[in-house]
Design a protein around this ligand. Structure first.
Ligand code: ZN
Length: 442
């Protein structure tokens, strides 16, 4: 029988040791990981040879001497990252690449067990137990890892899963009525839609069984850890506590908020996280930069210092929950989606955060262009419902909240759906970057 992750087992882990002991344990895990990649990963064997890196001499403090790996390299040379014979691979997923083609990520049995442990830690961290019933609104198939990861974590803590994946709003409603889940896992913008639907169908959020929401894939907090309007609406619609998590298929590691809700704790035995500047140099705690993850103990496609392209910060001050592990702040944006609009810089995320709160807006996407070198031009294409919102009122809302005024163009819902869900992309892409390209968008 699978050994369960209980609250007792959770609290015996390294992050509850003294800070010094936790670092020593993490450094042992790091050394073992680096020795593994030096022995089995063709990519890192070559890199370590070229750079003259001896894995036995690397400490947590000198880790930043190893060059970072990025998504482009992983996408172009994915075979050279494979560190086991193909026969050891048990699951293959795709991760949206930056080169136009999805990157293949392969996991061994051990990688999936590690993932289950990671997710179980995350679920216990936000107060879940074997008594919980968890509605999963993320898919378990389509070559994604998130659904499988949460399902494995739910099993490992002995709770019960309801795997309704990408089911319709009414099928989720029916399951909530019949099976009374205590926790819902899903993407915030979808859970807002589901929450509005429940309310519309007469299900009182205070009376329904859901007490916790695990928010995946989209940030719900701002840089001071307060809830974004999307997060506030989620809490109001569900009358439940929100817990944000951050994860990626490449790093196979997730960081989840604890009951103190002060950023996502990193399990020190499973990952080292750094925040780096453009040159890949580590920044001190509190500074904002790119999130770089070294997932520890991965066998299939191990990585060292992987640049995620996401922007955030770390907080290493003690947490009220008693854990000494640093916490990762909310994702403030994608590095590639930084916009310069008439002297103001902002991430595309910030525009999404406002658009997500306008009830009339059915869906939207952004187009960024660079008519000149000094400023980007952003156009928001939105489909709206039968309410009072029009292009002018949306522009005013954006101006009031962001101090930039992108052009808003209202389009038909069907046209917008084609744009968002058409083509080969497996994920909804709300950001079309035409900067540096001469084609015009109509
Ligand atoms: Zn905590």
């Amino acid at each position: 029988m699978v050994q369960r992750m209980t609250t007792g087992a959770y609290r015996q882990r390294p992050e509850f040791y003294s800070f010094q002991e936790m670092r020593e344990e993490q450094e042992l895990c790091l050394r073992s990981h680096l020795n593994y990649v030096a022995a089995y990963s063709p990519y890192y064997q070559a890199l370590f040879r070229t750079e003259g890196i001896d894995p036995n001499r690397i400490t947590l403090d000198s880790l930043s001497g190893i060059p970072c790996t990025d998504k482009v390299t992983l996408g172009l040379q994915s075979d050279s990252f494979l560190a086991v014979p193909r026969s050891h691979i048990v699951d293959i997923v795709l991760s949206s690449g930056t080169t136009g083609r999805a990157t293949t990520i392969m996991y061994t049995e051990n990688d999936l067990l590690r993932l289950a442990r990671n997710e179980a830690i995350a679920l216990v961290r936000c107060g879940m137990t074997a008594d919980d019933v968890v509605l999963l609104t993320c898919t378990l198939d389509r070559c994604f890892i998130a659904g499988l990861a949460y399902f494995s974590g739910v099993r490992k803590i002995g709770a019960a899963a309801i795997r309704n994946g990408l089911g319709s709003l009414s099928s989720h409603l029916e399951l909530i009525r019949r099976l009374r889940p205590t926790v819902v896992v899903g993407v915030p913008s979808f859970l807002v839609k589901l929450g509005r639907f429940l309310l519309h169908e007469g299900i009182d959020p205070v009376m329904n069984s859901v007490t916790r929401i695990i928010a995946i894939g989209e940030p719900i907090r701002d840089c001071s850890l307060g809830l974004l309007p999307l997060g506030e609406e989620l809490e109001r619609l569900w009358s439940a506590r929100l817990f944000s998590t951050y994860a990626s298929s490449e790093t196979t590691t997730s960081f989840c908020e604890c009951i103190a809700q002060q950023g996502g704790h990193l399990p020190p035995e499973l990952a080292v996280v750094e925040i780096v500047d453009d040159r890949g140099e580590s920044l001190p705690s509190g500074a904002t930069g790119e999130v770089v993850v070294t997932p520890l103990g991965i066998q299939g496609m191990p990585l060292v210092r992987f640049r995620t392209g996401d922007i955030s910060f770390l907080d290493d001050t003690p947490c009220a929950c008693g854990s000494n592990s640093p916490r990762l702040g909310p994702i403030l944006g994608r590095k590639k989606q930084l916009l310069k609009v008439k002297g103001t810089t902002l991430y595309a995320n910030a525009i999404n955060a406002v658009m997500d709160t306008i009830p009339d807006v059915i869906d939207y996407y952004l187009v960024a262009e660079s008519p000149d070198e000094l400023s980007d031009r952003v156009t928001v294409y939105a489909a709206v419902g039968g309410g009072a919102s029009c292009a002018e009122s949306i522009m005013e809302t954006l101006q009031a909240r962001l101090r930039v005024r992108p052009l808003v163009v209202i389009v038909a819902a069907a046209e917008l759906r084609n744009k968002l869900f058409g083509g080969d992309s497996r994920k909804v892409n709300r950001f079309l970057d035409l900067r540096g390209k001469s084609i015009s968008h109509g």
